[in-house]
Design a binder for this molecule. Structure first.
Ligand SMILES: Cc1ncc(COP(=O)(O)O)c(C=O)c1O
Length: 379
């Protein structure tokens, strides 16, 4: 299932059409090259066959499905009225900054909209660097706390973390919850990658399940889009347990945020109802891809570094040793399209997306190695 190639060039794909007509293998933006689960495709076909595409509401079956999914997959018990449907998580990040004006604290490197959302809202962002510590990325607690001032209103958290693939532990979440309590912060918890944990002994812990006090200050963000490869359907949701926080958020989205479209709802329902066997197989494939990438880099490109990652299909690679002025351009010139660390707040790194058939990954690794060898010869 996951070794099947689907031609994406010419399908209006952001990822593939960026390099249309060029010999550059796209392994950048975060969507996968896999077909979605068959029951999802079938549900979308059935919805299309209906032929009428009027304004659409999330029906009771969908809401019940989401409530059940959060409880069974993640032990997060929610009330249906805590849900706020959205066409994406990025709007939610931006809306949160506008709904709770003030400065933002977050960790870098991070998914670029975490950095642009405060900026667009006219807020200052204090970025605390995650630091390599032994075999993993750790929080610099002193630095985080030192950056939080009376002006800070929001702690933006990406868990599991894009791009370093970190899964925050209960201990870390409790400590973050405590910091949010002491400083009266909203926690905007982007959990879009929560179903993509690759380490068998790791588990996603929703921030809001840490304690009722933490739940009361959390805006948790989810979508089926990363896991089931549906980002083009624009369907996401926030879970906001506290009435006042939810009210403030909803006031801000009035007249700005549109209804989710009929296909988004249909895809979401089918993914959460029927997608689990496919997801299990996906995790097996992603684990194999990740482990191949580790081994490949270790064997063929030892000067570039990749710390072990626990989740997502995105790997964060330190290429500073190659001393390249523009690493992304360099690798594009060697046939590989990557994401640029500078937009994540960490220049000198690149992000590679290994959510693709194994053959594609192997071809991408060969191009990576070609680029590394060429850079090595100039050192
Ligand atoms: C952490 C994170 N949040 C949000 C998004 C995008 O969300 P959406 O497409 O729903 O706006 C991504 C996409 O890569 C992501 O990695």
């Amino acid at each position: 299932m996951f070794d099947r190639h689907t031609e994406r060039s010419g399908s209006s794909s952001l990822k593939w059409d960026k390099y249309k007509g060029k010999d550059v293998l796209p392994m950048w933006v975060a969507d996968m090259d896999f077909r979605s689960p068959e029951p999802v495709i079938q549900a979308l076909q059935e919805r299309a066959d209906h032929g009428v595409f009027g304004y659409t509401l999330p029906d009771k079956e969908l809401v019940d499905t989401v409530v059940r999914y959060l409880k069974t997959q993640h032990g997060f018990c929610i009330e249906p009225n805590w849900l706020v449907w959205l066409p994406g998580l990025v709007p939610a990040l931006n809306l949160t900054c506008r709904a709770f004006p003030g400065d933002v604290a977050t960790f870098t490197p991070v998914y670029p909209p975490f950095l642009t959302a405060p900026d667009y809202a006219g807020c200052t962002c204090h970025c605390s660097s995650l630091v390599p510590s032994g075999n993993h990325w750790a929080i610099n607690w002193e630095d985080l706390e030192a950056g939080i001032t009376d002006e800070t209103t929001i702690l933006m958290l990406c868990n599991p973390h894009n791009p370093v693939g970190k899964v925050f532990s209960r201990n870390e979440l409790e400590r973050l919850g405590d910091i949010a309590q002491r400083n009266d912060l909203i926690i905007c918890s982007d959990e879009i990658h929560c179903d993509l944990i690759l380490e068998p002994d790791q588990k996603h812990i929703p921030t809001a399940t840490i304690s009722p006090e933490v739940a009361a200050r959390t805006i948790a963000l989810y979508a089926p889009s990363k896991t089931y490869n549906l980002p083009g359907l624009s369907c996401a949701f926030a879970v906001i347990p506290n009435t006042r926080v939810r009210h403030t958020f909803k006031q801000t989205i009035r007249g700005i945020i549109t209804e989710v479209n009929a296909f988004g709802f249909a895809g979401c329902r089918a993914a959460y109802q029927f997608g689990e066997p496919w997801r299990q197989d996906l995790i097996t494939q992603l684990r194999a891809n990740r482990d191949f990438l580790y081994r490949f880099i270790e064997t063929h490109c030892p000067e570039i570094k990749l710390l072990p990652m626990e989740a997502t299909y995105l790997a964060w690679i330190d290429v500073t040793a190659l001393k390249l002025d523009d690493p992304v351009k360099w690798f594009e010139d060697h046939g590989l399209g990557l994401s640029d660390g500078k937009f994540f707040g960490q220049p000198g790194y690149v992000r590679i997306n290994f959510g693709c058939p194994f053959d594609t990954l192997k071809a991408g690794c060969d191009r990576l190695s070609r680029g590394v060898q060429a850079a090595r010869s100039l050192l």
